[in-house]
Design a protein around this ligand. Structure first.
Ligand code: NDP
Length: 272
């Protein structure tokens, strides 16, 4: 199915999205605030619009991928009255409340909006593991899903326009939490004179792979810790990890995630 798609924003992500749409055979128009960022897209068949209005007019579906919510507002505000009856897909990261407010603002001008969250990085856009979260009207999602599939598997997460952003940020929070842990792990090895690359390859990677499924399954909001986790034992282990950090002179801030986990285990022990 060949669709006329415009992309607003040619940063690293916008270029990757445009490239995947071109590759899939869609008729692609691109626009970027700073001209000259289309790279090889034009040579591959994309058209570069000189203005936002021109890009939006050229398309059946406009995909917006700018820096943040403020840049989306700044870009659309001057032409919002011309958007009536148009369909926009916003893949710009933002908060859930920003996504809801944007939808209300645009719907006031007769725009149909699908809010998105990209669960990919530019090199993985369009590859097997990539998926994109969408929220908004289900019927709109179902109509657009085949068109949007080339950038990543479309996954609808609800009518509430804020949910794609919420799930996106929550998933990123999980990733940054793991990053804090892995940074801390290599800092400990480095500070103690260990071989960081070897540790990463032979210990950290296989250990994280083995534990990932338990970490995700065990993620919990309740105040209790399941019995099989043995909160008292975990608390002792966390105390040892903090002591190891202190021995190695690794910044206390990096061990913040350990202190948070220790706090949770101690609370669980106190409640049992
Ligand atoms: P870049 O920093 O590479 O690009 C930012 C884009 O936003 C450029 O096109 C820039 O235009 C434009 N922009 C910034 N401010 C304004 C403004 N005030 N008005 C108009 N245009 C503006 O970022 P990415 O392309 O990597 O990211 C784009 C979005 O995708 C972000 O929301 C990001 O969170 C999200 N995302 C990115 C991922 C990644 O790994 N890169 C992963 C998942 C989501 P100009 O060239 O003129 O400065």
């Amino acid at each position: 199915m060949n669709t006329r798609i415009s992309i607003l924003g040619l940063g690293a992500m916008g270029r990757a999205l445009a490239s995947a749409f071109v590759e899939a055979g869609h008729e692609v128009t691109v626009w970027n605030r700073t001209p000259g960022k289309a790279g090889d897209l034009v040579g591959r068949g994309a058209r570069e619009a000189r203005s936002v209005a021109e890009a939006v007019r050229a398309a059946e579906v406009t995909v917006v991928c700018l820096l943040n919510d403020a840049s989306v507002r700044e870009t659309l505000a001057p032409i919002v009255a011309e958007l009536e009856g148009r369909t926009l897909v916003n893949l710009t990261s933002g908060s859930a409340e920003q996504a809801r407010e944007l939808a209300v603002w645009l719907e006031g001008y007769g725009v149909r909006l699908l809010a998105g969250g990209i669960m990919a990085v530019p090199p993985t856009v369009g590859t097997e593991g990539a998926f994109i979260l969408y929220s908004g009207a289900r019927e709109l999602f179902e109509r657009l899903a085949p068109v949007l599939a080339p950038i990543g598997r479309p996954q609808w997460v609800g009518e509430d326009q804020g949910f794609a952003a919420l799930y996106d940020m929550a998933a990123l929070s999980g990733m940054y939490g793991m990053s804090a842990g892995t940074d801390h792990a290599v800092s400990l090895v480095h500070a103690s004179g260990g071989d960081v690359e070897r540790f990463k390859r032979e210990v950290l990677q296989p250990w994280m792979e083995q534990m990932l499924v338990f970490m995700v399954a065990g993620a919990d909001v309740s105040e209790t810790v399941p019995e099989e986790f043995n909160a008292a034992m975990q608390a002792t282990g966390l105390e040892t990890m903090i002591a190891t950090s202190e021995e190695a002179g690794v910044h206390a801030e990096l061990a913040g995630h350990l202190r948070a986990s220790l706090w949770r285990m101690r609370r669980a022990v106190a409640m049992n």
